[in-house]
Ligand binder design. Structure first.
Ligand SMILES: [Zn+2]
Length: 121
């Protein structure tokens, strides 16, 4: 049997006396737990962010580069892969990472747009 929290509705394990989500007592007569969990926003891995930028720019601008320098416009469809990283990062729980994801999305939109413009002209 699981213990549902009366306060937030969270489904707690049977052996828990306090709600794992909000700290509300699950057993009658227990005093509320006065525990404040200070959650520090995790530090961004700068190398990973840089890698995300490189991958996104490489993928989404590949159509532009290949069309301009190699006169090969078949890479434009490949540019769509540039959207994967930003959309993946948008789901990140860290606010700073989401900000980077939005910047990356703009970069890929421009890159993909240009790739297709060049492909069709
Ligand atoms: Zn709760």
């Amino acid at each position: 049997m699981t213990r549902f929290c009366k306060n937030c509705g969270y489904e707690n394990k049977d052996e828990y006396d306090y709600c794992a989500k909000c700290g509300n007592p699950l057993v009658e007569g227990l005093k509320p737990k006065q525990v404040f969990v200070y959650q520090k926003e995790p530090q961004l891995n700068k190398k990973a962010v840089l890698a995300a930028y490189i991958i996104t720019i490489f993928l989404s601008w590949s159509g532009v580069v290949s069309t301009l320098f190699f006169k090969n416009n078949s890479m434009a469809t490949f540019a769509f892969f540039g959207f994967f990283m930003p959309f993946y990062l948008l789901q990140a729980p860290v606010r700073k990472l989401k900000m980077h994801a939005i910047i990356l999305l703009v970069i890929s939109f421009v890159g993909v747009g240009l790739s297709f413009y060049l492909m069709l002209h």
